[in-house]
Design a protein around this ligand. Structure first.
Ligand SMILES: Cc1cc2nc3c(=O)[nH]c(=O)nc-3n(C[C@H](O)[C@H](O)[C@H](O)COP(=O)(O)OP(=O)(O)OC[C@H]3O[C@@H](n4cnc5c(N)ncnc54)[C@H](O)[C@@H]3O)c2cc1C
Length: 447
């Protein structure tokens, strides 16, 4: 097929957001008689699911402290539920199991989940929490746990399978997905900020609207668009904090322990929810009993046949290299720098054993293949969904995003003319206005 010289809608990135947006655009164009899927072109420098979406743990949850995040997530869960088979989605639920320092935040999450009709159960107190957990897993033994939020919805999806499911839907609706095409710049109209063509390593593609959904590469495209590299944030007391870098990176640490995934089944033989534990109990080594961590720590895990074991992760770490110098490519497991090492395996496997006796002595089964990867974060670690340069729609999820399968839909609906209230709290001008999201006590930059 000839290289395209133009397409009304050009979407950069064939990950969860780009493909969700392409699929919705195509369907809405057809339904409204304003066009068809052939007006939509997705470009990717590598291939479908070759970015963060293809290596994500795939957890879908709602336990956000921020009301705007919860509402957005509830919308996305409906999209996951719309076709679990195509998205390889496992609605097993999700559990936030926490120490006392987080109880107040989690109580408020539960209260607000009730308000928006998101089904969950909340257990409080050390004894009741232990009884509840032992009712699910007889070998439960995590310490210092005083609350359990059990979300009955959500769960996880198999990372690449879900993205291919989206690609299939987009292509069935007439969208063209062009891989091996790298965006290298943009052409602007005369005397206008608007983009008239997307420049690629294989030629220019004229367009009317551009969607940027490039995950960890967002800073590269942002710089090409000459958007602000620093910004000012208005604090709660009205003081402006100048010169805050727009982007920074964190490295996500995940891995797989190569046991039979069935090892993690519930007492009744069923498949368990995704488990997320945050505790301030001292973490001891499962190898030699030495202290691994004295400060609060957290892990998440799930049995996963796609990964061939029990898969999960721990807290990410901030990459201290200046953002301009961070090597994003080669990405994910190919990176020589941003993959997990022995320290992660030791901590995560010891933590698994801290939580459930069945993981004791299993560290030798930790899979040695490279895992983990970079995420690009905004100044407040919450997404930016906004339009820049008049016709460039940026989906920068600040690494919250695999679960946000519905965001691409909402962006498509905005492009076709309808402002989306669910996206409003994520506009870029919230920094200058000081309209920031509330901050939780979680040790994670994404809660
Ligand atoms: C290890 C890890 C685990 C995670 N686990 C979870 C999880 O359990 N749950 C969750 O909700 N989120 C998770 N996340 C976050 C989530 O994966 C991301 O937020 C989300 O996948 C981003 O999707 P995206 O579509 O924006 O980008 P991506 O999936 O990264 O796709 C971007 C695409 O853009 C392409 N591209 C980049 N630059 C260019 C260019 N110049 N020209 C053309 N194409 C280009 C890339 O090749 C890539 O295919 C995890 C992230 C990591 C790294």
């Amino acid at each position: 097929m000839a290289y395209p010289s133009g397409s009304k809608y050009v979407i950069i990135g064939a990950g969860i957001h780009g493909l969700s947006c392409a699929w919705r655009l195509a369907e809405r164009l057809k339904a409204t008689g304003k066009g068809s899927g052939s007006d939509v072109l997705v470009l990717d420098k590598s291939g479908i699911a070759s970015g963060a979406s293809g290596i994500a743990c795939g957890v879908v949850r709602n336990n956000y402290f921020q009301p705007a995040m919860r509402e957005l997530m509830a919308h996305s869960v409906k999209v996951w539920e719309s076709d679990p088979k195509a998205f390889s989605y496992h609605p097993v639920g999700y559990m936030q199991i926490s120490h006392e320092g987080m109880r107040e935040d989690v109580t408020s999450i539960y209260e607000q989940q009730k308000v928006i009709g998101y089904e969950s159960e909340f257990i409080e107190g050390e004894n009741d929490s232990r009884i509840y957990m032992k009712g699910l897993f007889s070998d439960w033994r995590a310490q210092n746990i005083t609350s359990v939020l059990h979300e009955k919805k959500g769960g996880y999806a198999n990372n690449t399978a879900a993205v291919y499911g989206l690609a299939g839907k987009a292509e069935a609706a007439g969208v063209r997905i062009l891989t091996g095409a790298t965006v290298t710049g943009f052409t602007r109209g005369n005397g206008s900020q608007a983009i008239t063509a997307v420049e690629t390593d294989k030629g220019n593609i004229a367009c009317e609207e551009v969607v940027v959904a490039v995950g960890p590469w967002v800073k590269t495209i942002w710089d090409m668009l000459e958007l602000p590299r620093d910004l000012a944030i208005k604090g709660a007391d009205g003081t402006m904090h100048e010169g805050i870098p727009t982007w920074r990176y964190w490295c996500l640490e995940e891995g797989v322990i190569g046991v039979d995934p069935g090892l993690q089944k519930l007492n009744d033989g069923g498949m368990p929810p995704v488990i997320h534990v945050d505790t301030d109990a001292v973490l001891y080594s499962d190898v030699d009993g030495s202290v691994v961590r004295e400060e609060p720590w957290g892990i998440y895990y799930k049995p996963d046949f796609h990964f061939g074991g029990v898969q999960g992760g721990a807290m990410p770490y901030e990459v201290m290299t200046p953002a301009d110098e961070v090597a994003i490519d080669p990405y994910g497991p190919e990176s020589p720098e941003f993959i997990v090492g022995d320290d992660f395996a030791h901590m995560w496997c010891s933590a698994l054993s801290h939580c459930q006796e069945r993981f004791s002595g299993q560290i030798g089964k930790f899979k040695k293949e490279p895992s983990g990867g970079l995420g690009c974060f905004t100044p407040d670690s919450f997404p930016i969904f906004d339009t820049f340069c008049q016709n460039v729609h940026i989906i920068a999820d600040s690494n919250h995003g695999y679960k946000m399968i519905g965001v691409g839909h909402l962006v498509a609906d905005e492009i076709l003319g309808g402002k989306q209230t669910l996206l409003e709290p994520f506009r870029f001008d919230r920094y200058a206005k000081g309209a920031l999201h509330p901050v939780s006590s979680s040790p994670y930059p994404w809660s």
